[in-house]
Design a protein around this ligand. Sequence first.
Ligand code: NAD
Ligand code: UDP
Length: 318
Amino acid sequence: MRVVVTGGAGFLGSHLAAALLARGDQVVCLDNFSTGRLENVEPFLADPAFALVETDVSEGIDVPGTVDAVAHLASPASPPDYHRMPLETLAVGSRGTEHALRLAARDRARFVLASTSEVYGDPVVHPQREEYWGNVNPVGPRSVYDEAKRFAEAVSMAYRRTYDLNVGIVRIFNTYGPRMRPQDGRVVTSFITQALVGDPLTIYGDGEQTRSFCYVDDLIAGIVAMIDGSESGPVNLGNPVEWTVTRLASAVLALTGSSSEIEYHPLPTDDPTRRRPDITLARQLLGWEPRVPVEEGLRRTIEWFRSRPEELLAAAPA
Ligand code: NAD
Ligand code: UDP
């Protein structure tokens, strides 16, 4: 298969590219490096099956030659990133998605949208099943991400209905692992970096809010199954094991052996209180479920961060 991965130099995109190359696919990575990094894809640059194109997919997409699948992952994903780039986030979720859909429609290719658990907003239904329509504040600071992804889902389904395009949507829940940026502001990276450099761990709110953390290798197996399938979804992909932020902080302290203190900060506006995927559909349709326990995934991620002292040093207190 020849697969276009938008956002292929990012955290998930680079892992997806690696998994596709490993099984013999060709990968065309489209990325504007707004939050992605060249070093994420550097190991693939010598591989003739890999092509890297630096481009903003919100402006348009031009990929010569036939493609078999388009995986649309381009979008800022961490709250500090999409707060810093609100208009870019809306653009890539709307115009960027439509450009990626047009490319898929040109070649009658499979199209997979990386949507998010954020489409459920601050959910009043728990755990979240795909039928739930969500509880999103359309004008709050998170709306640039949430509503962009909701539009992306809507336009993807419209392409499926209008052009009978082979569209599939995955709703990804919090995923972590190697190749995340130490300063991307997400909770797993923040806690690991803080613990390793001896800074206080910054808990927002009282730490009783929950998330369900999925290890990256598991998540990528789910995306690949979706690329290979023909289900429209949306399908939740995530780890149904639900942890409070406080529990995550304790686990990171224990696994790193750090004596960092805990520091409490205000909870960001509209921060979801509870989040946990119901993955019945993913089990049924894709035969997929996560395998890596959170402690094991954290251990692997911590090792990866430890092996990059120069980046941690940049995060260390003066
Ligand atoms: P990331 O920030 O590491 O990767 C996003 C990539 O998209 C980056 O390489 C960035 O440079 C690129 N990009 C952004 N705008 C672009 C544009 N206009 N044109 C070209 N490239 C552009 O984030 P990630 O965690 O790898 O997330 C990847 C996708 O998965 C995103 O769509 C995100 O919404 C979705 N997702 C991720 C998670 C998670 O926990 N990691 C959860 C839910 C959904
Ligand atoms: N969070 C925290 N400390 C941090 C970063 C995040 O307590 O340094 C909290 C955040 O308020 C949220 C949870 O951890 O309740 C997950 O945040 P993240 O940004 O990783 O993901 P998202 O909110 O998008 O699920």
